[in-house]
Design a protein around this ligand. Structure first.
Ligand code: PHE
Length: 446
């Protein structure tokens, strides 16, 4: 047997770790522009609805399986399956989760590397070394490789220290800092000319868009990616929660934190984009859509910071620090999935497992860096649009159709003794059994 399993020391520790996993690049560059291009508050409304009606039940499915099994994804899914066929399916789903999350990490680390490069650029400007500044902000495979390696080294460093001394310790430091930086930036951006237009684009609802399939698909993909679902991340974090913890409440808090920070990020990004527009920066692409994703972060916003004069350097420093923190607390949760499997299933020492998986993921990232155009979008689409929803679907099937209902209730009752008569138990089983799978598939085939 391998070393004893880790456990989060408190509810706060778990909340910081799980919301750290959830809050990432998806919240900051995905959610705000998605909202603004899809009907503003109408999108927000659909998003909130889907997040609570679909993503929260799916999140609970992972947390409950994880805490019950106290094991990595593959072992956990196998342990709740009784027949031979379902055990084989469990292994397939578990392995697919490991592969998917490793591939997500391989593109995530590239983008996170850009964030660190831009952070160093702000530092360089503060110290007056503008020659490196150019190198740091120019997209180039050599620069990208160096920062991928740097970012992955940080991720491996934290994961090799274990659940309490690595994940929990760092998430508990970084997440409060992230929230503080975010609020400070929002307050500052609100004072800029043009910010009010951004707020309007974000918050004035256009309900005529509510019926568009693109809006639904966008909101659901966003909710699943944002809550780190389908790939075993929440399952493994759930497996480190104490048996005294009330799961429905704790899971609800994670969802609230994730959604809350996404909504807050919108209060930063859209006013900032419209402030940039007021300063002559192009914020729409050729199709008239708001620029989203990498373009927003590494081109639109830096152009805005440049127009701000010397204070812009500090705003840029704070912004890229925020992005780097958001990425790091997510990337550690991704690396934990394969590492936990290696440690528990193959008895490999945690440090060795972290380094080994870290090296494999870094090599894949470097392959993407050097073949960016054909590979990057392909890996993103395959993992987030194809694999993640299907695996989320599979998780729902496992809890609702394969796992015995009584066992689920017994698990929830630990830490929540009167669960049986509570609201959660009245509707959740029905949701994961019927509504979630059907909704996921419907939206998927859209
Ligand atoms: N939730 C993270 C984000 O919003 C991404 C993520 C996906 C993290 C899957 C872990 C697993 O950026």
């Amino acid at each position: 047997m391998s070393a004893p399993r880790g456990e989060f020391s408190s509810r706060f520790g778990f909340l910081m770790a799980a919301s750290g996993s959830a809050v990432g690049l998806g919240n900051i560059w995905g959610f705000p522009t998605n909202a603004a291009s899809n009907g503003g508050a109408a999108f927000l409304f659909v998003y909130l609805l889907l997040a609570f009606a679909l993503a929260y039940p799916a999140l609970m499915a992972e947390l409950i399986i994880g805490r019950r099994a106290q094991a990595n994804g593959i072992t956990a899914l196998r342990s709740i399956s009784s027949g031979k066929k379902s055990r084989i399916a469990a292994s397939v789903v578990g392995f697919s989760g490991i592969i998917t999350v490793s591939l997500i990490l391989s593109f995530y680390s590239i983008v996170s590397g850009w964030m660190i490069a831009h952070f160093f650029d702000a530092m360089a400007q503060i110290f007056g070394i503008s020659t490196v500044s150019n190198w740091l902000t120019t997209d180039h495979p050599v620069r990208n490789s160096i920062f991928v390696v740097m970012f992955m080294t940080l991720t491996v460093f934290i994961i090799s220290a274990g659940v309490r001394n690595g994940i929990e310790k760092w998430a508990s430091r970084l997440m409060p800092s992230l929230i503080a930086i975010l609020i400070l930036l929002i307050v500052y951006v609100f004072t800029l000319p043009g910010a009010g237009d951004g707020l309007r684009a974000y918050l004035v609802p256009d309900f005529s868009r509510l019926t568009e399939p693109a809006l639904l698909v966008g909101a659901m993909g966003q909710a699943f990616f944002s809550l780190s679902l389908g790939v075993g991340t929440m399952l493994i974090y759930g497996s480190y929660i104490s048996k005294d913890e009330n799961l429905p409440v704790t899971g609800g808090l994670v969802a609230l934190l994730d959604i809350g920070i996404a909504v807050l990020a919108g209060l930063l990004i859209l006013p900032a984009m419209y402030a940039a527009l007021a300063n002559g920066v192009e914020i729409f692409d050729v199709n008239g859509q708001l620029i989203a994703g990498p373009g927003l972060i590494v081109s639109v916003l830096p152009s805005l910071f440049e127009t701000m004069g010397s204070i812009g350097i500090f705003v840029s420093l704070a912004f890229f620090l925020l992005m780097a923190i958001a990425s790091l607390t997510s990337s550690i949760s991704m690396l934990e999935v394969p590492v936990a499997y290696g440690v528990e299933h193959h008895g490999i020492d945690r440090k060795k497992a972290s380094i080994a998986v870290g090296v494999v993921v870094t090599v894949i990232s470097l392959m993407i860096v050097f073949n960016f155009d054909p590979l990057f979008d392909m890996v993103v689409t395959f993992t987030t649009e194809f694999s993640q929803p299907l695996l989320g679907f599979a998780f729902c099937i496992f809890v609702a159709w394969i796992w015995r209902r009584n066992d689920i209730l017994l698990e929830i009752k630990q830490g929540c003794p009167d669960a049986e008569s509570g609201f959660f138990w009245k509707i959740w089983p029905f949701y994961v059994k019927f509504i979630c799978p059907v909704a996921i598939l419907t939206v998927y085939f859209q």
